[in-house]
Design a protein around this ligand. Structure first.
Ligand code: PMP
Length: 401
């Protein structure tokens, strides 16, 4: 008998488990709209041209594979903070930003969670209802208590702004408020600039600490600056805040695990101390981060030609998703004879659309139509082609009614 009898079977991951089920399906019409990964119109994975160019440069230079410092590659850390806050942001010149390279968005969130657990014992993190499924796992494993604030309003398939404000107000002073910098996952619904101002007002009033998760900078609107405007608005108020970044989507570096945790502090002295503790937390967890993705980002951002090529490719990806979104809306409006208003799809932003399909309806999508998606009704438009929109619209209309 095994010593491991006590280890029970873990349930499949609600997002990555969808891909496993997809691979097992032999039907030719099958469609994987579960995981958020960009595909071409031919539904093939896409490696950005600028990434290939940066990798060629790296090969030519014959760079070595020695360990990085615990905090990561210096050129990457500078580039990532510049991209986030704007290179001319006074906070950077004043050295008020502690930046540590992380294992993509997830690892950066996890490191921040460990810092919260160690230095803010008992403090609660408020997360949106709903949110990216892994947020709960991350804070659970870090032993950081969390609760939800209202976000999604099923009646309007829009933002429950009053509910959100009320819940942020009701949270104990000094809570962490987790915010999606842009392209909210899974709903695709972002606050307007005016709403962001009001959210910042309440967070300031309550002495909360904003904690931004920025997984889609440049990927939502096609503009790096526009997609960082929420974070910059808060930072410009002089607030201390956390920002986790990911290059999985905007540079297509999913498997390279490249991202960062930034802590904006009220003084350079604080930033030095915060950084030292982030490094102390990272050391026994994974010691130091991988170099390959960090060099790609540093090379792309550091070279004016590659940087502008990256922006064009990002616009191309964001543009393709917007085209698919529009086509899906047109097909839904055309195919659905019930008169249902589908325009909420056009108001959503980013790689996902929240269809409003419930669990049973989402299961019908998979079981009858071979459309793989998460059971919360989220579909990844980045995994959809123009050619498949009509089929998808038929499946959605059938599942709805
Ligand atoms: N946060 C959100 C909201 C996300 O959607 C994702 C990617 N699905 C991430 C963080 C992190 O992804 P990664 O660890 O691949 O950077």
């Amino acid at each position: 008998v095994s010593r491991f009898e006590g280890i029970t079977m873990a349930p499949p991951d609600p997002i990555l488990g969808v891909s496993e089920a997809f691979r097992a399906d032999k039907d030719e019409t099958k469609l994987n709209l579960g995981v958020g990964a960009y595909r071409t119109e031919e539904l093939q994975p896409y490696v950005l041209q600028v990434v290939k160019k940066a990798e060629n440069l790296m090969l030519e230079r014959g760079e070595n594979k020695e360990y990085l410092p615990i905090e990561g590659l210096a050129a990457f850390n500078k580039a990532t903070a510049d991209l986030l806050l704007g290179a001319d942001n006074p906070l950077i010149k004043q050295e008020k930003v502690a930046t540590v390279q992380g294992l993509s968005g997830t690892g950066s969130l996890r490191l921040a969670a460990a810092l919260i657990e160690r230095y803010f014992p008992g403090a609660k993190v408020l997360i949106s209802a709903p949110t990216w499924g892994n947020h709960k796992n991350i804070f659970n494993d870090a032993k950081v208590p969390w609760s939800e604030y209202r976000y999604y309003d099923p009646k309007t398939v829009g933002l429950d702004f009053d509910g959100m404000i009320a819940d942020v107000k009701a949270a104990p002073c000094g809570s962490f408020i987790l915010l999606h910098g842009c392209a909210h996952n899974p709903t695709g619904i972002d606050p307007t600039p005016e709403q962001w101002e009001k959210i910042a007002d309440v967070i300031q009033e309550k002495n909360h600490i904003p904690f931004f998760d920025v997984a889609y900078q440049g990927f939502a609107s096609g503009s790096l600056d526009a997609d960082a405007s929420s974070v910059r608005l808060f930072a410009a108020r002089g607030m201390e805040l956390f920002v986790a970044q990911s290059y999985s989507k905007n540079l297509g570096l999913y498997a390279e695990r490249i991202g960062a945790i930034n802590v904006v502090c009220s003084s350079s002295d604080t930033a030095v101390r915060v950084k030292s503790q982030l490094k102390r937390l990272a050391r026994p967890m994974y010691s130091n981060p991988p170099v390959h993705g960090a060099r790609i980002v540093a090379n792309v951002v550091g070279d004016p030609v590659l940087f502008s090529e990256w922006k064009s490719e990002m616009e191309l990806m964001a543009g393709r998703i917007k085209d698919v979104r529009k086509r899906l809306y047109d097909n839904l409006s055309g195919n659905d004879k019930s008169g249902k208003d589908w325009s909420f799809i056009l108001r959503q932003i980013g790689m996902f659309s929240f269809t409003g399909l419930n669990k049973a309806q989402s299961e019908n999508m998979t079981n009858k139509w071979h459309v793989y998606m998460t059971k919360d009704g989220r579909i990844s438009l980045a995994g959809l082609s123009l050619a498949k929109c009509e089929y998808l619209a038929d499946a959605i209309v059938d599942s709805y009614h």
